[in-house]
Design a protein around this ligand. Structure first.
Ligand code: PMP
Length: 291
């Protein structure tokens, strides 16, 4: 069951022009946001932060995105879906007005989809995932800024396909200097001698889960060469979808699912479900608009 909200109201699976600019060139931007059940009803995790990141993407694409409209769309889509746990997909894209590469004057469409939650890493979220260092390079920030611009995801998809064809669950991007960047849809952390390090890269998406887990763990953020990651005691990845997912294998190296990862995973789950009083401010109640 899927609820679609478009341009200010609830919609069916509405038509979009076959000549939509975003369809042809990937000129859109999106977010992935989670709704979690709390004792007071469904709540949206870090809604404002996700919308602000969309705002930065809109700036980069010169797109007049109405963030207030999308904010309302998120609340209305959750309410209409009746879901307590959901994945929200706001999307803004250029539609009609021409297929030229000058985007000035193109029509902008705003969409929010609310769907039942299904973990993209499957059981891996608990038992840990296998990760393969990708032969693909992450699009560098000099080519496309690391934001959730639709077209950039072809890079992630190619890397993911290569990794799954090789029998792994996820791909790890490393830059031309051999520094770790991120996975196809997650940021990377590791633990060594009890210390937690958040991998920092100018080419990686500034993840909201990464920032959340840094706050919860006091992790240091710094650039990390691949050799150092290979030598870690524990590795885990973070993302709205992945939450905190252990890495049980990196290339030919087996790692267990470690205790620090499990403790942080549990702290993260407490925060998103509103069980952590200190961080209730990260939650936007989605029941306010219930009728
Ligand atoms: N990197 C990439 C490429 C992603 O697509 C995502 C998912 N949005 C992340 C990292 C994690 O970001 P966040 O924690 O904000 O979901």
């Amino acid at each position: 069951m899927m609820t679609i909200w478009m341009d200010g109201h609830l919609a069916g699976e509405e038509g979009v022009s076959p000549l939509a600019h975003g369809l042809h060139y990937g000129t859109g931007l999106f977010e992935g946001i989670r709704v979690y059940p709390t004792t007071e009803g469904p709540a949206i995790f870090r809604l404002e932060d996700h919308l602000q990141r969309m705002g930065r993407g809109a700036e980069a694409l010169g797109m007049a995105v109405d963030l207030n409209l999308l904010h309302r769309g998120c609340l209305e889509a959750v309410a209409a879906s009746g879901l307590e746990a959901a994945y929200l997909r706001p999307l803004a894209f250029y539609e009609t007005g021409g297929l030229g590469l000058d985007v000035a004057g193109l029509k902008v469409r705003h969409l929010v989809a609310a769907m039942p939650w299904k973990n993209h890493l499957g059981e891996g979220e608990q038992r840990g995932i296998s990760v393969r260092t990708s032969p693909f390079r992450r699009v560098s920030r000099e080519a496309i800024p690391p934001l959730k611009l639709c077209g950039i995801y072809v890079n992630s998809i190619l890397a993911k396909l290569e990794a799954t064809r090789a029998g792994f669950e996820e791909a790890l991007f490393v830059d031309v200097e051999g520094q770790v960047v991120e996975c196809t849809g997650e940021n990377v952390f590791f633990v060594k001698d009890g210390r937690v390090v958040a991998v920092e890269s100018p080419h990686a998406l500034p993840g909201i889960t990464r920032e959340t887990v840094m706050t919860l763990s006091g992790a240091v953020s710094r650039p990390v060469p691949l050799e150092e990651l290979r030598d870690a005691d524990e590795i885990f990845v973070t993302g709205t979808s992945a939450e905190v997912t252990p890495v049980r294998q990196l290339d030919d190296r087996e790692l267990g699912v470690g205790p620090v990862t499990l403790a942080l995973r549990s702290a993260y789950l407490d925060a998103v479900h509103g069980r952590d009083e200190a961080h209730r401010g990260w939650l936007t109640p989605a029941f306010q608009v219930w009728v």
